[in-house]
Design a protein around this ligand. Structure first.
Ligand code: F6P
Length: 550
């Protein structure tokens, strides 16, 4: 038995779960009029309402004890101080250093990393501003009109999510494209309408060895050479963001166009580094600074707020409550702001690559469940797609809802309708609809008792489905920075309580290794028999069916 499941606080929570599991939030709200005041927190313009959760004061007390028993406060100190908490890779975890606003030093191997962070950021801004102000000229001395970020995972999802979220701040005559899939359709479809003379590529890869990115980068280079007729002035069209300067140089990127990242920044936490180059080009350096400042506000809050008033801590504890005690397998992320449409995909990597692990920090298998399946979609779209399951399905799916109080180019008619859905859905999920309600409704519609009896089971909503709602004023860079960082810290807290290393990702390696071997096997027409019968069968079918040139 692990220390966690062996602890008194865990045993208390199991006991408490038995007491509380059948309580209905409808009754909890009826009994306690101050639930909203008690169970909501504020950070600047962000309101976090977690009152529509299956909790009482006692639940929170016990969950907080669990966090204390895990030594959370000490871990938070280690995290910010640059201790090597990523122990399997022997690295500190310092994405937080990228957004520090003061000149407080942060040391890695006795060297203050802040000056280097600032220097690199200035280089990024310098290039971005030159492109934005049309002073960066391509091979035929024309300004850049299109920027293509080639990357995958953390070198793609963060920049893509943020540029989409902040499009209100972007230049209209500069297009930013993102290519991640090794499927040639992605890069082909992107390059089809672009002019190589006015296109600028960012090869974003921490390692500069990721197959998908390197294959796409090579195709981009070939495209440039083929279209221009030579590699003339190619350095004006290619840049790289990487911690592997050697490989980027060997690829042919000019030294001045290589932006550094460090091994103490994890890929999925890297949008704050030079990996954010595409973001800075899109929204400008001042807005990028605001994004960093917003994240820093969340860092300060996380570091300094008492655990019971700490938003990421509450988010994490609620997740643990459902995951480990209610045995919920998943969690939905439902932004109602259209511009957050890539936020669920971004969080999938951030959360699932961090906490999808079954081995604890001591190398033992855990005897409890860890990271949930994160999924999501724009809330309005999801209402017409999978909300049926949230309301009447057999699974408990806790959901986070994110919505803006107002929008940049607000059309009141739209925005009020949007928000009416936000409030209605969280209320409906919480309250449900009783037999009594259904009876009255159907009676009013003129149904007789026989008809009502037949329809009744289908019309009842059990309710008691938990949601937590973030309401923020508007989706500006600062607020977005804060929201992202709150989720990063939530992931950290859960990792600490589950006693896992949230910052490595060994689980992505096996597939990569096998793909390398299989790639060799695909190079000829030979029949393969080195795998299991399914893999052999699939490979051989593919080989037989593919057109000659492929
Ligand atoms: O395969 C997973 C992963 O290693 C992620 O952790 C990372 O964000 C992504 O690939 C891309 O890696 P890189 O930036 O090194 O190309």
């Amino acid at each position: 038995m692990s220390q966690l499941t062996h602890s008194d606080s865990w045993a208390e929570l199991i006991k408490h779960f038995e007491e509380i599991k059948d309580l209905h939030m409808r009754d909890l709200f009826a009994q306690d009029k101050s639930r909203f005041e008690k169970y909501s927190l504020k950070l600047n313009d962000i309101l976090y309402d977690f009152s529509k959760n299956r909790i009482t004061d006692k639940t929170l007390k016990l969950l907080l004890q669990l966090a204390k028993d895990a030594g959370l406060s000490e871990w938070i100190e280690k995290y910010f101080a640059g201790d090597r908490i990523n122990h399997t890779e022997n690295r500190p975890v310092l994405h937080t250093a990228l957004r520090i606003q003061e000149n407080t030093p942060v040391y890695v191997d006795d060297i203050d990393i802040i000056p280097e962070i600032r220097t690199e950021r200035e280089r990024v801004k310098h290039l971005a501003e030159k492109i934005r102000t049309r002073k960066w000229l391509g091979v035929t001395n024309q300004a850049i009109t299109d920027v293509v970020n080639i990357g995958i995972g953390g070198s793609h999802l963060g920049p893509l999510m943020v540029t989409e979220a902040l499009r209100a701040h972007a230049l209209h005559d500069l297009n930013i494209h993102f290519v991640s899939n090794i499927d040639e359709n992605h890069i082909n479809d992107t390059l089809e309408y672009l002019n190589p003379e006015t296109t600028f590529f960012i090869i974003a890869s921490k390692t500069f060895t990721t197959q998908d990115t390197m294959v796409n980068a090579e195709t981009a280079r070939q495209w440039y050479i083929n279209k221009i007729g030579s590699s003339e002035k190619i350095e004006r069209h290619f840049s790289a963001v990487t911690s592997n300067v050697k490989l980027a140089t060997e690829f042919g990127i000019a030294e001045d166009n290589i932006f550094k990242m460090w091994d103490w920044v994890g890929g999925r936490y890297s949008l704050w580094s030079a990996i954010g180059l595409s973001i800075v080009i899109a929204i400008g350096s001042e807005h990028f600074d605001d994004l960093l400042a917003g994240a820093y506000e969340a860092d300060l809050h996380f570091k300094n707020a008492p655990l019971e008033e700490n938003i990421p801590v509450m988010m994490a504890l609620l997740g643990i409550w459902y995951n480990n005690f209610f045995k919920a397998q998943s969690m939905a992320v439902l932004p109602y702001d259209q511009r957050l449409h890539r936020f669920p995909a971004y969080l999938q990597q951030a959360d699932m690559e961090s906490n999808g692990k079954y081995v604890d920090r001591e190398g033992h298998d855990v005897d409890y469940t860890t990271g949930p399946v994160i999924f999501g979609e724009i809330g309005i779209a999801a209402q017409h797609a999978f909300f049926q399951l949230l309301h009447q399905g057999t699974k408990l799916v806790p959901a986070d809802i994110l919505a803006p109080v107002y929008s940049f180019r607000c059309i009141a008619r739209h925005h009020r309708a949007l928000m009416s859905n936000v409030f209605a859905q969280t209320e409906a999920l919480m309250k449900g609809k009783t037999e009594d309600d259904v009876y009255k409704e159907l009676k009013l519609e003129g149904l007789d008792d026989e008809g009502i009896k037949k329809l009744m089971p289908y019309k009842v909503f059990p309710g008691n489905r938990p949601t937590s709602t973030f309401l923020f004023d508007t989706l500006d860079p600062k607020t977005l920075g804060t929201i992202i960082a709150l989720y990063e810290h939530k992931i950290f807290v859960q990792g600490i309580i589950w006693n896992i290393n949230s910052f490595d990702q060994w689980g992505v390696e096996l597939g990569k290794q096998l793909a390398k071997n299989i790639l060799n096997e695909l190079n000829d027409a030979e029949k393969i028999n080195s795998h299991d019968s399914s893999t052999n069968g699939l490979i051989n079918y593919y080989k037989q069916r593919r057109p000659k040139k492929q």
